[in-house]
Ligand binder design. Structure first.
Ligand code: PEP
Length: 253
């Protein structure tokens, strides 16, 4: 059976001391409240705090991911961070294709595919974000958009590689806006993504892939979102910056 996953995307937030406090807060929460065995917790801090976070993670029950990676192997790419570097820090996951990267840094499905390849080559699991913007939803184009993102970003992978991937459906109109997709809207797209995976890779593999929901997920709405058959957890932005809220979400299955 596929894992429940709750991943916190801190984005570009926290000073060093704030990051230290947040991780300690998460660890305190985890000491008080035990997560079910089938729930995986992932923390994705900014690059400068990855080392500190992995040090803490060794003593606690969470995994660590980066928020971005270069689509290139190595060399003269000033400011970039390679998959090989993340591998050498023993990271587990990396977010790819977040809508903010797509909107502000020109990340395309082709870039996403190249980043996914880099991560898999270096033994990291990509958390690949897909989702439509408001105008696309209003024009009822969400299926078409998500299909293209999934096909162009992921469908060059072999079945073995695909097993390592986590998909996050994040309707862009719900990210950081306080507007959450309804449980029905989330389930509809999650089910659609699983159908695409079934058609390409077969039912058995499609049933193994965790598909997370992201977009203003918080303790008050996580339970009804996670109750859907095809919603296997959440990618959490704002609410992952409060240890108590983040863990409350992880306890919402
Ligand atoms: C995100 O950016 O991945 C996200 C889901 O953000 P928020 O929870 O703040 O909407």
């Amino acid at each position: 059976m596929r894992k429940h996953i709750v991943a916190g995307n801190w984005k570009m937030n926290c000073t060093f001391n704030e990051a230290d406090d947040l991780i300690n807060g998460i660890m305190e929460q985890l000491e008080q409240k035990e997560l079910p065995r089938d729930t995986k917790l992932i923390v994705c801090p900014p690059f400068p705090y990855l080392e500190m976070t992995t040090d803490y993670a060794n003593d606690s029950y969470f995994m660590v991911g980066a928020q971005n990676v270069s689509d290139q192997e190595k060399g003269a790419y000033t400011g970039e961070v390679s998959a090989e570097m993340l591998e050498s820090m023993e990271l587990d996951y990396c977010i790819v294709g977040h809508s903010e990267r797509r909107a502000y840094y020109g990340e395309t499905n082709k870039t996403v595919a190249a980043k996914v390849d880099q991560l898999l080559k270096h033994g990291l699991k990509p958390i690949v974000c897909v989702g439509e913007v408001l105008e696309e939803r209003e024009a009822n184009r969400q299926f078409e958009v998500v299909k293209q993102q999934v096909e162009e970003g992921l469908f060059h992978l072999s079945a073995e590689q695909m097993k390592e991937v986590v998909i996050a459906y994040e309707p862009v109109w719900a990210i950081g806006t306080g507007k959450t997709a309804t449980p029905e809207q989330a389930q509809e797209i999650h089910h659609y993504i699983r159908t695409l995976l079934t058609e390409k890779y077969g039912k058995e593999l499609a049933e193994e892939i965790s598909i997370l929901y992201g977009g203003s997920c918080k303790p008050s709405n996580a339970k009804e979102l996670f109750a859907n058959t095809d919603v296997d957890g959440g990618l959490i932005g704002g609410a992952s910056l409060k240890a108590e809220d983040f863990i409350a979400i992880a306890l919402s299955f």
